[in-house]
Design a protein around this ligand. Sequence first.
Ligand SMILES: [Zn+2]
Length: 165
Amino acid sequence: MDRDLYFMSMAIEEAKKAEEIGEVPIGAVLVINDQVIAKAHNHRETDQNALAHAEILVINQACRELGTWRLEDCELYVTLEPCPMCAGALVMSRVKKVIYGAKDPKAGCAGTFMNLLNDERFNHQCEVVSGVMEEKCGQLLTDFFKELRRRKKEEKRKLKDGQEM
Ligand SMILES: [Zn+2]
């Protein structure tokens, strides 16, 4: 199996774990020399913490694991294009390469909305590979938001029915 597909599949498994606990399904895996050193999924709602994105969580784990803030040999696999916060953290931790699945037209800072990952004005640039298992990564998100809208509609209807009684 292609290594990008292998590690992205792992990130997708993480995304599914997020979905199981009602989080937006985004997962990330950090790899060094073909070895996984950190895996995480979005935890924003659970932790009620705006910083608890999958990428930030793996960076945290990896720094602890490796005992350094410099993640120069690390490659990050993530199901959704990183947001400005995560793209900033990836540059600051000097991650070598970022491989992502689905594009994020609203907040993607790895080339879609803007590109923080290889702007030469910063003193570090991450290599970027986009669109790995894009459809699968995107589908997870589409399905999640569809289900969320359906549930909200249902709740509204129930509320309305209750008022009419
Ligand atoms: Zn983020």
